[in-house]
Design a protein around this ligand. Sequence first.
Ligand code: ZN
Length: 607
Amino acid sequence: MKKTSQKKQPAIQYTIVPKDLAGHLFNVTLTVAAPDPEGQVFALPAWIPGSYMIREFARNIVRIRAEAGGVAVALTKLDKHSWRAAPSAGPLSVHYEVYAWDLSVRAAHLDQTHGFFNGTSVFLRAVGQEETPHVADIQRPADPAARTWRVATAMRELGAKRYGFGTYVAANYDELIDHPVEMGDFELATFKAHGIPHDIVITGRVPNLDMARLQADLKAICETQIAFFEPKSKKAPMERYVFMTMAVGDGYGGLEHRASTALICARADLPSTATPKSAEPNEGYLRFLGLCSHEYFHTWNVKRIKPAVFAPYDLQVENYTPLLWLFEGFTSYYDDLMLVRSGIIGEATYFKLLAKTIGGVLRGSGRTKQSVAESSFDAWSKYYRQDENSANAIISYYTKGSLIALAFDLTIRAKTNGAKSLDDVMLALWERYGRDFYPSVGRGVTEAEVEALFDEASGLKLKSMFERYVRGLEDLPLAKLYAPLGVKLVDERKNGKPSLDAGIGRDPLGAKLTQVHEGGPAHQAGLSALDVVIAIDGLRVSGNPPNVDALLSRYRVGDKVTVHAFRRDELMSFELTLQGDRVPGISLAQAVAGKKSAAAIKRPSAV
Ligand SMILES: [Zn+2]
């Protein structure tokens, strides 16, 4: 019997069931109300926006079949992530199983403790029907372990209650895959930032979690950022926001979305009610807040202000852009700055973080070979696929990109006598390209438009900075730029201790060289990355971590030592002349009394 009040079948409807918790399997059904009469094509993305690497998520589809009206429909595989269904009349359903056992922010994970998925891992795209509303029915697992589970996502509820299982809706496929979903017995707290509800969701065992402190600190960070981009209206670009966090023994990472972020962190980095309250966060908690600040800044910078090639994304192939230094580097610059501006840390801690970044950038010789524009473009095959030679071959568009932001900021402030700053450039980018990007995918920004806008917003001619630091290989003149503000930048590397100038890793036989820096003593002596050093001057290398520094501490720079090492299973001997450690020991300090340096941190003209 047909009910008269039967609901209309949505154009695109998914049902996702965490079916086998122990076997890590999601069962998914996608029903397309009006399939392509020529044969509907389905595809799973090859990558997830924000993480620039081909991951071929379709390799986790274990079984797949199609049917229409209870009759099997043939599926032809077209390539590693696409299928075509034979033409059929009426609604077409595809049933498939997805293996979910990747505990990262990029994919999907399911067991008895929780479930997590990104749409890019579980939702096949009905090719040609991306722009219609997509409905997802997220069902509670039958497993008794999941009886008390709740759901956290920034996706809009349709039939579901907030935090409940049931139906959710996205305006189109692009939005559907931009709302990751967490389910489980998570800790949950909500705060408002400039009127917008923000959820903190913590999955994983965290004894004595200090949620109150987390709430207060995140509120300060979020309000500072909302007011940064919309100083007058203080209007956030989303209706609500979710920080979904997986706490583990050891881990770190985050992925940005338009109204949420998926984070993974060490539980030790989360604040505890059992430890005495410190005014400033400790190192681990600061790392976590820095991560939250970073992903939250992306809500504006890369989720709405985007490179032209990301608008829209092509999810089947690499999307090349030379602009990640702007979207990741500038986000890295502002993530720490927002911690100071929101009062979470003081200037001294900020300068310590900055000094570490400067030292890290100066460390590798890769910076003399690859520009940040090239590093951005090649992210897919180089930055995201690093190996033992990366320090000698590539530069990070995150860290050097953040120093480029600093250099632009200091230059604009100096040349406009403090009237303008990099903030004006970010606001101009936001107003022109970001604010109206959604609901449908708007227009991204090209390289030429970025450069023109820097000049326009600052009133300066900044072309040479792009030439030298973005497309070129020059180190940033930070000591010179900071000097007028009374901030002294010192490189203490001249006091270096004797060193192999190589990365030292653990190995049962001694110490494995994880990387060998070009031009350093290990390189000059003939040692290679992955060699296992077993003795220095006849004394055994051992311990965990290996005692290389302790052995070398009895020598002077210029002394010669004999190094024994295994390359594969062959014992080799090397004569090595020790050099001073070339790790840049950068320190930043206020050389001049007073608060002049604050001028480089605060917004110049409070609006
Ligand atoms: Zn980022």
